[in-house]
Ligand binder design. Sequence first.
Ligand SMILES: *Cc1c(COP(=O)(O)O)cnc(C)c1O
Length: 383
Amino acid sequence: MSKQNRHHHVETQAVHMGNQVDPATGAVVPPIVLSTTFERQGDGSFPHGYIYTRSQNPNRQALEESLAALEGGARAMAFGSGQAATNAIFQSLKAGDHVIVPNEAYFGTPKLVREVYSHLGINASYVDMTNLAAVQAAVTPHTKVIWIETPSNPLLSITDIAAVSEFAHRAGALAVIDNTWASPLMQQPLALGADIVMHATTKYISGHTDALGGALIFARDDEFTARVNMVQTLGGAVPSPFDCWLIMRGIRTLPLRVRQQTSNAQRVAEFLADHSAVETVFYPGLASHPGHALAAQQMRGGFGGMLSFNVRGGADEAMAVAANLQLFTRATSLGGIESLIEHRASIEGPTSTTPQNLLRVSIGIEHVDDLINDLRHGLRAIH
Ligand SMILES: *Cc1c(COP(=O)(O)O)cnc(C)c1O
């Protein structure tokens, strides 16, 4: 039997949700069920509820239950990547529908809409989501989805989740939020009025840089949710049982990891803000950040483990600083236990609008003094 319930605190849910002693063997850690198919009884029924692993699998079901609990949703669906989860939202719309997408967000989101869905007859507006008047002005009678990402990639801009969700509802649209950077620990968008939360579980939720995954968590199990479920099953972009198992293992330590990353990031941001070779630090935990007050109101327990900063100079100076670091690994992605640094403009390519002197940092769980010493050393490359 499962030891958890929905009234438990997040730390307890993270450990116990979807994680029960295996009734067949007594195993404390759930087995990985690799079988792609499940036996049918003589009368044609499926007494365990599983038919074929694309439709559902015990490891995926456990992960989905855990994710629904962490975000306080009615239902969750797991996908093979964050992009597959995002895809499932837009695949559930129809030609002629209109969507509002942030003009500053994870690069793949507006690119997916522009390169794929615009060709399929979905109209999109790309808007500065920190400007509520601009969001409201972009709403049309055909608007079906307003996409939110806060804190955003790469400038950590803060969008008012409650206000934008209200615009969406007044227009009969859905507010969908990419909550990857905050993680369910730091931000609970469904409680603020959003309809659907999206995660790249590749990042904080799995937390160990060894599993690709995505998820959608729904406030309600309604008609649109059923449509997305159809897309999940028919589209087939589902995670493997092993990936589900790895992501579940990550969830058990999510609160511990994210708290450490957040307190480290706050200290690193304060260090960088005081450094003469740094032009600007983008971190909502700094009082100087334009979204600080709003972030303090809608996030909880801190401001997350991601930050960006502009060095004095251009692309060459930014690359030189990253090259001079020893502890930080130069790599894309984020949310893992190890600290990573990335020159974002060069990975986004020629259409990127990210400043050339910007470095994006994902803070890990190392000792913060070691991280700060490494950055101090790295910045000597241009100082
Ligand atoms: C990584 C990321 C994605 C995409 O997730 P994948 O698992 O790489 O497909 C989407 N949104 C944000 C904010 C991300 O950081």
